[in-house]
Write a protein that binds this ligand. Structure first.
Ligand code: ATP
Ligand code: MG
Length: 602
């Protein structure tokens, strides 16, 4: 492609809206253009990158035995009501764009396709003989993200590859899952990314096991904890570990103490000269279930530990039935305004005890009149501990469960694992931390959707059984941007060769020099004929501008028809290393071909 004929616009300045390097670079280099919040135009070079990523995804999906399909983006609400996710997606998370059509029927723009695909399988797959089946599509998804940001990383409209497997039984599903796991490894490797597969929380999608594929980069929104032996890696939302041992409490008997101005664990430990591991802290949460019921929750946990809200949400979801609900609409530490709505009197914040009296809760409709009390495992075995007294500026020391405080019957693991903790599988290993960008997520769904939607097949024994399903997503547009986040320098993007929009760029330093122009034309034509994807910078611009642009857009190999033409030579430069050499014009095609082969094998 000739640059003089392309929509080719680069910017000198970083766009004001962009915070992270990949976003700035993609906008500056003319790959994407913002149209609205979380909405982007993929300009021609970006579209080429996205098609290359899609093609790698497609090849690996096909090789794993999955079949490509295309499902509707417009989805009727009935399907989502059958699966029980309409309320979660329209109200709780509120992530689905949903609206009535002209006939006043509710429809939504697909944020994901479990419902649609399960409906298709229910209609089309009747017998065990038709199983297993794995269907995938590459398509735009819509999600009304609360904080769209970082360009394509978190858009409200983005490209996803989603695949869904249907099996006879659990064993079959695990095999389908393994195939997808391996395919994801190959996809990310072929795209030239540095990544890690980690244990993950399954969130609103549901099901049993799941793993995320994380591209490692400082700008990642996720934290990954892993061990150096390579045996363990998990998203911090899901991670488990051994907490540090508690230090013995320095207090011998139970008493109440004045502890002025000690609302935080740090200030309290300092004041009492004890370890935070000798303290039980009591954290207040407020959960709203989908039936509108609000429950106030007190979590007692060891002072040095923090609550992992994803784990807490999972525990509270298990208890939903007890309060007449199915799912959670909101979980938060209640704000001052929220407290005012339900607190009968001022709460002793920072000084709460595990037994904070239920009379702090006003009798209100849709409000559970009693606190739900949970204790994290780290606090269960503590003895002679310090905790709140329910009076501001006072704590108790030397307390024991079973004596001064009743041990809550609900003992849970809701602590947040953190870097430096000992690993479960080998206490000699400590957890290390890294930032990651979630590129893919694979789930063992089981029968959650097939049961809810009555999607069954007839087994060999003649029984009607629900499909055992898996689902597998890759953020195609997020992946493309992550590649930039992992590979750039001060001058611009350094695309991995396999997904670069073009493989080579021929630069004519001076378009008024006919020798330069004709040599460039010959090289451009020969490279194109040899199957190299090549650009020709034939614009009437200064050489410096062209070199800057070529660096910015990150094309892997550059050929310059400059001064050495007199010796029948051109300069070839590798973008990633900036290695430059002069080679004869006839060597250009074989050299670039060889470099390409070396770069994209594996
Ligand atoms: P996240 O936790 O980042 O919101 P998710 O858990 O909602 O992701 P999935 O529902 O598993 O994501 O979707 C599959 C893949 O789609 C993700 O792994 C990610 O790569 C991509 N993805 C999800 N949401 C977005 C978005 N708003 N913009 C771009 N890509 C996205
Ligand atoms: Mg999400």
């Amino acid at each position: 492609m000739r640059l003089s004929q392309m929509l080719f616009v680069t910017l000198r300045e970083d766009p004001a809206e962009a915070e992270i390097p990949s976003h700035k670079l993609l906008v500056r280099a003319g790959y994407i253009r913002r149209i609205g919040s979380g909405i982007y135009a993929y300009l021609p070079m970006m579209w080429r990158v996205l098609q290359k990523v899609s093609q790698i995804v497609r090849e690996e999906m096909n090789a794993a035995g999955a079949q490509e399909t295309l499902l509707p983006q417009l989805q009727p609400s009935e399907l989502w009501k059958e699966s029980g996710r309409w309320d979660t997606y329209t109200q709780a998370e509120g992530i689905m764009f949903a609206f009535p059509d002209r006939q006043k029927r509710e429809v939504a723009l697909g944020p994901t396709h479990e419902e649609v695909i399960t409906a298709v399988a229910r209609d089309m797959i009747r017998s065990y003989r038709q199983l297993p089946v794995n269907l995938y599509q590459i398509q735009t998804k819509f999600r009304d993200e609360i904080r769209p940001r970082f360009g394509l990383m978190r858009g409200r409209e983005f490209i996803m590859k989603d695949a869904y497997s249907f099996d006879l039984d659990e064993v079959g599903m695990k095999e389908s899952y393994r195939k997808m796991h391996d395919a994801y490894h190959r996809i990310l490797t072929r795209c030239g990314l540095e990544f890690r597969a980690v244990d993950a929380d399954s969130g609103a999608i549901g099901g049993s096991g799941s793993q995320e594929f994380m591209v490692l980069a400082a700008a990642g929104e996720d934290e990954v904890l892993y061990t150096e032996d390579g045996q363990y890696a998990a998203n911090v939302e899901k991670a488990v570990s051994l907490p540090p041992d508690a230090e013995p409490s320095p207090f011998e008997k139970f008493e109440k103490r004045d502890t002025p101005n000690t609302p935080t664990i740090e200030s309290l430990a300092k004041f009492l000269n004890c370890s935070p591991t000798a303290i039980v802290k009591n954290v207040l949460y407020q959960v709203v279930y989908d039936n509108g019921k609000t429950v106030l929750v007190i979590v007692s946990i060891r002072g040095d530990q923090d609550v992992n809200e994803v784990k807490l949400q999972n525990e509270l979801t298990k208890l939903a039935g007890q309060y007449g609900g199915k799912t959670i609409i909101a979980l938060s530490v209640p704000s001052a305004e929220e407290q005012q709505k339900w607190a009968a009197k001022a709460l002793p914040l920072g000084y709460m005890a595990p037994d904070l009296n239920d009379d702090y809760i006003k009798p209100l409709k849709d409000l559970e009149p009693k606190f739900l009390r949970l204790v994290d495992k780290t606090a269960v075995d503590l003895q002679l501990f310090v905790t709140g007294s329910n009076e501001t500026d006072r704590h108790v020391v030397g307390a024991n469960w079973g004596t001064q405080f009743k041990l809550p019957p609900l003992q849970v693991d809701v602590r947040k694992a953190s870097a430096g903790d000992r690993a479960m599988h080998d206490p000699n290993q400590t957890l290390q931390t890294a930032r990651g960008i979630e590129i893919g997520h694979i789930f063992q769904l089981g029968t959650k959707y097939s049961k809810a939607m009555g999607a069954t097949f007839t087994s060999e024994q003649g029984e009607e059984l629900p499909f055992v399903m898996g689902c597998y997503g890759i953020g195609v547009s997020r992946l493309a941007q992550s590649a930039v986040e992992q590979s750039y320098d001060k001058d611009g993007i350094v695309w991995p060769v396999a997904i670069a929009p073009y493989q080579a760029i021929v630069v004519i330093p001076n378009v008024n020099d006919t020798d330069q122009v004709s040599a460039a034309n010959v090289i451009y034509t020969e490279l194109s004929r040899a199957g190299v994807e090549v650009m020709l910078d034939d614009r009437d611009e200064r050489a410096g501008v062209k070199f800057k642009d070529a660096d910015l857009i990150g094309i892997p190999y550059r050929i310059v028809t400059g001064r050495s033409l007199q010796q029948g030579k051109v300069e070839v430069v590798r973008r990633a290393t900036r290695e430059s050499q002069e080679i004869s014009i006839h060597e250009v095609v074989p050299t670039i071909k060889r470099w390409l082969e070396e770069a994209v094998k594996g």
